[in-house]
Design a protein around this ligand. Structure first.
Ligand SMILES: [Fe+2]
Length: 397
């Protein structure tokens, strides 16, 4: 009888908590809870992600400078893009992702995110609630006509968002075309608040509403019960964490080295398949370095969390040297930017090993790169603003 009484008490408490949470959520005003943040930029495209505190249908309104009209706030009538998949407009979700395509290269667009609450979604009756409108921000599409631009890179923050914020305060969104996060920005992937608290929110505050962030996944971002959902927060049209794109005369290649230990290491509990994944990227890389976009680029840069050339004897490091190192050398990659070791080092090019310098970013460092017609000037600073290193990278003939 005592057990039944206890069970009823526990159930009652749970019911009260659930009811009060539901009531609390119902009383909350609809709001854009995180973002918007820009990802996957291109000559004619960009992706905008954000979340709302309630399930919504969402869209993006945007407008170029040339669409002159009578809507004074925008300078023209905004176009609307509703995300669509398999014949259905995306709806009834709190995470929203809209890819704008068909844009003009090197062009400034204004945009705002819009979300309409779905109060009830029954098979034959959908009831809508309030609509939340985001602020109007601007972004600029990439272009191969740009002769000079700058970018920045940070790695291994491991969810210490205060340190990330301080590093980001050392650069201005106006001065960079994009920000690279070279892996291990998070410790592991759990609920989405870890992603936002750990790295995205401060990025939004500092730059990500106007400049894209490019995540080169690190080994820590493959860990945790929700690691398979991280891609929804950093989607890429390739469907992969490895991809390439061009800005100006630079071809950027982003690779994903996976974990550092062997796939059968007990810590992964039989749930990883990185040997095959690295081989898959080897095959993709062979094609990429033969592509017109790669061959045409003056500078070829690789972003890869684990340094592909180092003294490390860990399995992940040696596997990528074996699978990708020869391709990097024969394709005349000009520079590799990595992290993972938490201590800064520069591996000079070595005719017998790596034909290009490898910058290994330390923890709490900011890399600023100025791409010029004759060289890329790179400066690495620590979190106090002290210069750690400065190097000049020339394009290989
Ligand atoms: Fe790492």
């Amino acid at each position: 009888m005592k057990i039944v009484y206890k069970l009823v008490s526990v159930l009652t408490v749970w019911l009260l908590i659930a009811t009060s949470m539901l009531a609390q959520n119902e009383n909350e005003q609809l709001e854009i809870s995180h973002g918007p943040y820009l990802i996957e930029p291109g000559f004619d495209c960009i992706t905008i992600n954000w979340t709302t505190n309630k399930a919504c249908q969402s869209w993006v309104e945007f407008c170029g400078d040339t669409n002159l009209g009578t809507f004074p706030k925008w300078g023209g009538y905004p176009e609307k893009v509703y995300p669509s998949n398999q014949g259905l407009l995306e709806a009834n979700t709190t995470l929203h992702s809209v890819r704008l395509i068909g844009l003009e290269p090197g062009t400034i667009y204004r945009y705002r995110v819009m979300s309409k609450e779905i109060l009830q979604y029954n098979p034959y009756e959908v009831i809508y609630g309030d609509t939340a409108a985001g602020e109007i921000f601007e972004f600029e599409t990439l272009s191969n006509a740009v002769s000079e631009f700058s970018f920045a890179a940070i790695s291994d923050i491991h969810e210490r968002s205060k340190e990330l914020d301080k590093l980001l305060s050392m650069t201005s969104p106006d001065s960079i075309a994009m920000m690279f996060y070279v892996g291990d920005m998070l410790n592991w992937i759990g609920d989405e608040e870890r992603i936002f608290n750990g790295m995205v929110d401060v990025s939004v505050d500092r730059f990500a509403t106007t400049k894209p962030m490019i995540l080169a996944r690190g080994n820590h971002e493959t860990r945790g019960p929700e690691a398979r959902k991280l891609f929804s927060y950093f989607p890429h049209s390739s469907g992969q964490y490895y991809f390439a794109f061009t800005q100006g005369e630079v071809r950027f290649i982003i690779l994903d080295p996976g974990e550092d230990k062997t796939d059968d290491h007990p810590v992964y509990a039989g749930l990883v398949d990185f040997d095959n994944y690295r081989t898959e990227q080897e095959k993709w890389l062979e094609k990429e370095v033969k592509s017109e976009a790669f061959l045409k680029a003056k500078y070829k840069l690789v972003m890869c969390h684990i340094p592909p050339f180092s003294k490390s004897t860990a399995h992940g490091a040696t596997d990528i040297t074996k699978k990708w190192g020869g391709i990097f050398n024969s394709a005349k990659i000009d520079l590799i930017i990595s992290g993972h070791h938490h201590r800064y080092s520069l591996i000079d090019s070595d005719a017998n090993k790596n034909n290009m310098p490898v910058v290994i970013l330390g923890q709490d460092m900011l890399l600023n790169a100025d791409v010029k017609a004759n060289a890329i000037n790179i400066q690495v600073n620590d979190i106090e603003g002290n210069e750690v290193d400065a190097i000049t990278v020339k394009s290989k003939p």
